[in-house]
Design a protein around this ligand. Structure first.
Ligand code: GLA
Length: 392
């Protein structure tokens, strides 16, 4: 569902900022929301995200020299940010363009050298810092544009891996593969049941009869590199190393609940034990949730969403009062099938499945109670599941 106004705006801005160019084309890459399976993707577990119809629009064209010029309609006050293929180091001055530059750098690392620079304008409708993957969307958009204008042979799955590589090694966030994979491999009306241990995946149709996916934004900004995301990941790696002294496992995702319970005392640090517990239980919950969905048992899917939030709150410790308030208020509303935080946490959004007739009441009551407790407004969006990146 391409937003024609956004498409027009991104093309008009290209012409205004960089001049008329017959070669320019317009592109789109989606954002994503994760339905269940949080903080499992760097633990060899399963995730269940879907691409959204909101995302990042882009317009781009090759240049004849080695310059890279970027312009964001969302951050127009920054003007054109310029650099060059001969200057691909991350820098503070490059601001948001560290994301597209990181992707160019990662392409070159893979031996895909650009023959020239390019001009690029972006315009997104994913709220920034909302945990709906505005950065993965920009990374995959950039990779998709490079493939299109320079003719590189690279699959969508590789675009996801390149995006993740650039985020890990250029932009300093040790994220897993979920976000870039969901963006690059999105399919309309389907969620992606992905095993992050080997990247095998399956599309699962989401037909929520009489219900919709509603996202609630805490409007508390978060930035993964600033947050404790990397610290959580390191702690899981330490837990795995301890368990591997006694168990033949490759990832925490290899453990069943019974195996974890029988061996958890090997983790003598209680905090580390709780973090590992989340990784193991959340993985099993995700597998169970997808079975529920296939069997049409949406009520139990919703119950597992709630358990997921509780585990992220009490064991993994990545929620905070804003996300907890949104989820806990949602659980009280009749017609809310399930509700939980989505993405990295510490701010950002919750995802809820809400019956059509309860949506207004949900927004009103959760919104009022959130404002009373937190002091500012949450924002609500009813979203649709969209496809992957495309030329538009
Ligand atoms: C962020 C990361 C993902 C994933 C989630 C938590 O969105 O980018 O790789 O780890 O957090 O599930």
């Amino acid at each position: 569902m391409i937003n024609q106004e956004m498409k027009k705006a991104v093309l008009d801005n290209f012409e205004k900022v960089f001049g008329k160019n017959d070669e320019v084309k317009a592109y789109f890459a989606p954002g994503r929301v994760n339905l269940i399976g949080e903080h499992t993707d760097y633990n060899g577990g399963h995730v269940f995200p879907c691409a959204l119809t909101i995302g990042t629009y882009g317009a781009a064209a090759k240049r004849n020299d080695r310059k890279l010029r970027f312009y964001s309609v969302n951050q127009d006050r920054l003007g054109v940010i310029e650099s060059s293929l001969d200057d691909l180091k991350p820098s503070d001055k490059a601001g948001w363009t560290n994301y597209p530059k990181g992707v160019v750098w990662a392409f070159e690392k893979r031996g895909m050298k650009l023959e020239s620079g390019f001009d690029m304008v972006i315009y997104g409708n994913i709220p920034n810092g909302s945990g709906l993957s505005s950065s993965a969307s920009l990374e995959v958009l950039t990779g998709f544009i490079l493939r299109d204008i320079f003719g590189f042979e690279v699959s969508n799955q590789d675009l996801a891996l390149i995006g993740q590589y650039s985020e890990n090694n250029y932009n300093g966030c040790n994220c897993g593969i979920m976000d870039q994979f969901a963006v690059a491999m999105g399919k309309e009306d389907n969620a992606i049941f992905l095993d992050t241990a080997d990247l095998s995946f399956e599309y699962a149709p989401i037909s929520l009869e009489g219900a919709k996916i509603v996202i609630a934004n805490t409007n508390k900004k978060h930035k993964l590199t600033d947050s404790q995301y990397n610290a959580r990941r390191s702690m899981c790696e330490e837990a795995l190393a301890v368990l591997q002294r006694s168990l033949d496992i490759k990832t925490l995702g290899d453990l069943s609940i019974e195996e974890f319970e029988a061996n958890k005392n090997l983790l003598t640090d209680p905090d580390m034990q709780r973090k590992a517990k989340h990784a193991v239980y959340e993985n099993q919950r995700t597998i169970e949730a997808v079975k529920d969905l296939k069997a049409g048992n949406i009520e139990h899917f919703g119950e597992l969403m709630k358990q997921s939030h509780v585990s992220l709150r009490d064991d993994y410790d990545v929620t905070g009062i804003e996300l907890d308030t949104l989820a806990q208020e949602a659980w009280k509303i009749p017609g809310v099938i399930g509700s939980r935080m989505t993405g990295g946490g510490f701010g950002g959004c919750t995802v809820s499945i809400v019956r059509d007739e309860a949506i207004e009441e949900f927004k009103k009551t959760v919104g009022e109670n959130y404002r009373k407790k937190i002091g500012y407004d949450a924002t609500f969006y009813t979203v649709e599941i969209g496809g992957g990146p495309e030329v538009i």
